[in-house]
Design a protein around this ligand. Sequence first.
Ligand SMILES: [Zn+2]
Length: 361
Amino acid sequence: MSGSEPDAPAQAAGAAPLHAQWYDGQHARSQEVELSIAGDELCLALPAGGMRRYARRSVTWPERTRHGVRQLLLPDGGVVALNDSAAWEAWARRHGLAEPLAVRWAASWRATLWATVGLVLVLAGAGVWGVPWVAERSASLVPQAARAHIDRLVLTQLRGQGWLQPSQMPPGTIERLRGALDEMLAAAYPADKRPKVQLDLHRLPSWAGPNAFALPGGQIVLSDALLAMLPGEGDRIHPGVLGVLAHEVGHVHGEHGLRNLLASSGTAALLGWWIGDYSSLLAAAPAVLIRSGYSRAFEREADDEALRIMRAANVDPRGMVAFFSALKRRYPDRGQDLPSFGLATHPPDDERARLFETGTR
Ligand SMILES: [Zn+2]
C-alpha cells in the first residue's frame, strides 16, 4: 500500500504531476509533494526523493465543490491538501477521479426527482443569497440524529488513524471534568436551551499538542496534553481548562462545525441533505471538521460565548489569559509551529487575551 521507494512512477503521456501539500499525520508541518497516478495507485513524490504509493480505492477523494481547499484523505492518516482547485479539477478529470455526484444520483429516479425539486429551491436560495447563506440557515434544520452520526463517523476515522488514544490521566479525571462542565452549563443556560455536549479525554499524537475540538453533534474532545499544561490546584480544575471547554461549547452552541461543513460541502451536499442523503456531507466531514479551522467571526463568537459562560458560572475568565500565555511559551514561533489542527489553529493573539482580561476587545 505505502512505503518509500527511490524510483519514479510510470506516467502516462501528458499526465503531468500535480503539486500539493502533504501532511503525514504525524507532524504539523506539511511537505510539498508531486501527485501522479500510475495504474491503480496514487503516487506521492517526496521532496527528499522517496515515493509513497496508495491504492486508488483506499484514498478518500474530495467531492467537487466550487470553493475551498481540496483534501485527499490517505488510509495511513495522512492528508493531501490542494490549494489550486482549478488545477486539481483538471488533473482529476484527466485521470477519471472523483466522479461527480450527479452520476451516482442518476441511478435512483426517486433521488433524481427530489433532487430536481431541491435543486430549484436550493439554487434559487443560493442564487439570491449564496451557498454559505443557505448553508448557514440550513444548519439548524439538520436533525440531532444526523449530527450524532457525523460525530461518530469522525471519531471512528480518528481512531482508525490512531489519533485518539485512551487518556493516561489519573482515574476520576474525566468524571471531575464532566462534573465541572455540567455545573458551568447549568449556571449559564436554562435547562431547555442547554447545548447537548458529550466530553471525552484522549491522548492525541504529540504533533497535535495541547488541544481540544468540538464536533457538530456536541462531542467535545480534550487532549491529555492540554490538561497537563494547565494543572489545577489539588482537585480543582484550572479555570483555563474550563475556559477552553466553554469555548468549545460556544462552537457547539453556534453550530459552527455544522455551518462550516455545510458551507464547504457546497450545493451538492445541500441537495443531499434535502433528499435525506447525508452521504456526501459525511464523506466530507472528517477533513472539513478536523483540518479546516473556523473563521475569525466564529472564533469571536465562541470566545464571547465562553466569556459569558465563565462569568455566569463564576469561573475566572483570566484562566483563558493563563492558557494563552502557556501556549505562547510552548510555541514562541507560533506561525511556524502551532499544530494545524483543532483548537490550536486559532492563535492566542493579544485581542483574544484582552477580551478575557478586560471583558472588551
Ligand atoms: Zn475555536
